[in-house]
Design a protein around this ligand. Structure first.
Ligand SMILES: NC(=O)c1ccc[n+]([C@@H]2O[C@H](COP(=O)([O-])OP(=O)(O)OC[C@H]3O[C@@H](n4cnc5c(N)ncnc54)[C@H](O)[C@@H]3O)[C@@H](O)[C@H]2O)c1
Length: 475
């Protein structure tokens, strides 16, 4: 009896303690409130400075080397054959036949053969070491991106890397530190920021059409069932099997962050993330690949992952990821402000404060269509009026060359335009860091009962140095 009472007393005391300390899970700050989980922010090494607004010496002819010629890489080689002021110097893939296929693109364009690098997993290093290359363009799988970016910068090259350029905070900090130490451009090839609706909407936001932008959304919702077997050595399935969290957040984060001037006057502060269990991919593995049920269901990545972020200036971003559900492709792009709203999927539209009710009309609570998008004609007129300068200059050529309807060409063109003219690139290494950080930060949140997690300030204190996101032009 005595023993039972003692046990009960210990239990009660423990419960009381748990109550006071938040179950030992949370950390309270001086204000008595629970703090977000904080990851380590390494100090900026002595003698190193940030690369905000970095300008490098003008390069008259940008000499490029490509690494990774699977599904995505050859399209980039093709696009570069249309960009003035470039020379394709070297091509690399571990598979020789893929390099040869890319050489054929050059031949068809009437360009000389490039140097070939293949036959081993390390052949790309030789490409990075060449003296006659200014830019290394990387389109390999996610696990190779960081090592290639770091090595290229160490060899004095600017780098452009496919999305997501880095998968963990350790990788991200290594990339930021190397870019700062070498003062080289390190751009993530996030094409969606150049899509026609997104860039037009960004221009509208920058002209104040939506008032103060308070909330943005983005997503990558794309069932990949037809693609799973096409990736080299199954890298994408393996990654999703191993890691929980939003492993492919950049297509949503790019346009959402630019509309909010992230690290150009505002910064990401905290996030919380949540996911559903995985079903469709494990079932696919059982059905299509004959994987044992127990093993198939040992699948880390949730079927649908949601992340919500709050910024220093009190704005929010909602990002989603789903590569498994049978849903139409969507990037869920939305911009919501005090005076207006933009929505891309499933139909493009704008709603503006003054248009909600015609003058003299009384609110009709039965008629919800009164709270609607502007008419198709008004929408077209707005999109014409606010067409971004980049689109005015490049749209026709971009649609002719192609690459996701033209946005890929615009991305490559802008990269080269800025390098040739010694201008800051449209996307810097801190964009890369912020957009990629969701992979690990959302995982930390999900794996800790969806707790709030601090988003590190990758600029290490300089997020307010530049006011407002703008594209650079010569004149
Ligand atoms: N921005 C977009 O819209 C978009 C679209 C598709 C893919 N991507 C990204 O592009 C990248 C590549 O995707 P993918 O679909 O082409 O994959 P993939 O598997 O088809 O191609 C990857 C290529 O990299 C090569 N490679 C891997 N390790 C190498 C090494 N050590 N040395 C040389 N070559 C090596 C492989 O042989 C393969 O040819 C990924 O990061 C992906 O997320 C972006």
């Amino acid at each position: 009896m005595q023993k039972k009472l003692t046990t009960l007393a210990i239990l009660m005391a423990s419960l009381f303690l748990l109550h006071c300390t938040g179950g030992g899970q949370g950390r309270k700050g001086e204000d008595g409130k629970y703090q977000a989980i904080r990851t380590e922010v390494p100090e900026r090494p002595a003698g190193q400075k940030d690369v905000l607004g970095l300008v490098a010496e003008k390069i008259d002819t940008v000499r490029v080397g490509f690494i990774g010629l699977g599904m995505r890489g050859p399209g980039a080689v093709q696009r570069f054959t249309h960009i003035p002021g470039t020379r394709i110097v070297a091509l690399c893939d571990q598979h020789e036949d893929r390099v040869e296929k890319a050489q054929a693109i050059l031949e068809r364009a009437g360009l000389p053969r490039a140097a070939s690098y293949s036959g081993s997993k390390d052949a790309w290093k030789g490409l990075c070491e060449r003296e006659d290359i200014d830019l290394v363009y990387i389109a390999t799988d996610w696990k190779h991106h960081t090592m290639m970016m770091l090595y290229a910068m160490e060899q004095g090259k600017h780098v452009a890397c496919e999305v997501p350029a880095a998968m963990t905070l350790e990788e991200i900090w290594a990339v930021v530190n190397t870019a700062e130490r070498t003062q080289k451009h390190c751009m993530q090839l996030e094409n969606c920021v150049y899509d026609f609706f997104e860039l037009t909407t960004l221009n509208m936001a920058q002209q104040g059409l939506f008032g103060e932008v308070l909330h943005t959304e983005g997503a990558y919702i794309h069932q990949l069932e037809d693609f799973w077997n096409t990736y080299e050595s199954d890298w994408r399935m393996k990654y999703n099997k191993e890691f929980r969290g939003d492993v492919y957040a950049t297509h949503g984060m790019g346009p959402a962050s630019q509309a909010l001037d992230i690290h150009r006057g505002d910064k990401l502060n905290t996030l919380v993330a949540m996911d559903t269990k995985a079903v469709n991919i494990p079932e696919y593995l059982i059905e299509k690949r004959g994987v044992e049920r127990d093993s198939a269901y040992m699948f880390a990545n949730g079927q649908h992952t949601m992340t919500m972020i709050r910024t220093e200036k009190g704005k929010t971003i909602h990002i989603q990821h789903d590569v498994a559900s049978p849903r139409p492709y969507t990037r869920m792009y939305q911009v919501s402000g005090t005076k207006g709203f933009a929505n891309k999927y499933p139909t493009q539209g704008y709603a503006l404060q003054g248009d909600v009710l015609a003058e003299g009309d009384l609110p009709d609570h039965e008629n919800l269509s009164a709270h609607n998008f502007v008419s198709k004609e008004e929408c077209d007129a707005l999109m014409g009026k606010y067409k971004h300068r980049i689109h005015r200059e490049l749209e026709e050529k971009a649609k002719e060359v192609g690459g996701h309807g033209g946005m890929d060409f615009i991305m490559d063109y802008r990269l080269i335009y800025c390098l040739r003219n010694g201008l800051p690139l449209d996307m810097d290494v801190y964009d890369l860091a912020e957009w990629c950080s969701l992979a690990e930060l959302s995982r930390i949140s999900i794996e800790n009962n969806n707790m709030s997690v601090e988003v590190p300030d990758f600029t290490r204190g300089n997020w307010n140095k530049i006011q407002g996101f703008r594209h650079a032009f010569v004149d």
